[in-house]
Design a binder for this molecule. Sequence first.
Ligand SMILES: NC(=O)c1ccc[n+]([C@@H]2O[C@H](COP(=O)([O-])OP(=O)(O)OC[C@H]3O[C@@H](n4cnc5c(N)ncnc54)[C@H](O)[C@@H]3O)[C@@H](O)[C@H]2O)c1
Length: 398
Amino acid sequence: MTKVAMLGAGFIGDFYTYSIQGFRSRDQVYIINDHDESRARTFAKKHGIPKWTTSMKDAVNDPRVEVVVIGLPNNLHLEAVKLAAAAGKAVLCTKPLGRTAAEALKMLEAVEKAGVFHGYLEDLVYTPKTVKAVGSVKAGTLGQVTWVRSRETHPGPHSDWFWTKEISGGGVLLDMGCHCIEIARNYIGKDIRPVEVISTADTLVKPIDAEDNALGWVRYQNGAIGQYEVSWTFRGGMDLRDEVMGTEGTIWVNNFLRTGFEMFTAGGKHGYVAEKAESEKGWIFPVGDEVAELGYTNMFTDMFGSFENKTIPMETFYDGYIVNEIMDACYRSAKSRKWEPVKLRVWRGKEKTGPISEIREYDKDHIFVKEERMPDGRIKIILKNKKTGKISQVEKRK
Ligand SMILES: NC(=O)c1ccc[n+]([C@@H]2O[C@H](COP(=O)([O-])OP(=O)(O)OC[C@H]3O[C@@H](n4cnc5c(N)ncnc54)[C@H](O)[C@@H]3O)[C@@H](O)[C@H]2O)c1
């Protein structure tokens, strides 16, 4: 049984613990740490955790603990990673890895220097639909991926510290852009270098210093684009949708809101419906198994399986660092209102990737462009002349 120290008895600590201690699980949250004693104590009782402490250091250094899971506010990730690395413990950290790429790089260096197992807890690349969809893309079902659009929007986070820039490090771009960026990397190919970005990040609605809405494009070396759309001011629940466009196919994924479970209640006595649901009355859209639907189950299966087998999990601190570098560039672009380069201090993917292109020979003089059946039954074929470059069309009946 792998024994875990959970740091943070908040929202994500709860989801993580439900997932780790799932039905007949072999893994156990052995100690819970929170600086708020009553939260730590209540959390321990709720989840049947043997020990609780208000000291992060004591939790990490408990001799029975093998894996440290960080579910703390963003300003504490670096401190917690350093403690775990110094103790020689495996460490799994929630998103975003750092508030900046500089912070994320320190974390990557700390775990690599200590030689400890590390995993980046980016749950949304592990949703059952995303795992299946990424598998299809890797098998070539979509041809070459040209564009990924990823949206995460909801009515805003649940704790004060998210809204406080000094603690969180940023607004919605950092908090939720990190999900969308990593989803796009997984579809486009994590070994393809992100080269430049253009982004907006505005405070449209809320009385805060950080941005509450952001949109942007990340351009990869082969020309593919990862588009993110994030908002803390969306009304109507939590919208998690992705679209993938390839040269041979398309995928549309809706992970969460209105995915086939609808309920009506006139009384409004239901209570909790689903994460960030805004209504408990009228038509509501519950989620059957949030822990699984949001990817936590698959994520910890990968993390603990890899830890046991001494293999590398799908998402590591290196991935968290790359996402932070992309987001730093997005913040620079939102300020400059121009395309900004992604300045990677560490890159372990391909140095050069050829452009996306599809050259299909039609006959000895022509390259195929497109074919379409018209309403009257004719088939039009658009061709390009190899020598002159002229575009022409031929028609035939099939
Ligand atoms: N889908 C996801 O992967 C996801 C979702 C939500 C949050 N998160 C991430 O999880 C982290 C925590 O977010 P949350 O939603 O759980 O926040 P939260 O406010 O619900 O919980 C944070 C907990 O940390 C405790 N805490 C604060 N300072 C501490 C300290 N010095 N030592 C020990 N405990 C301390 C608080 O008392 C609280 O219980 C953030 O980095 C956030 O980005 C990830």
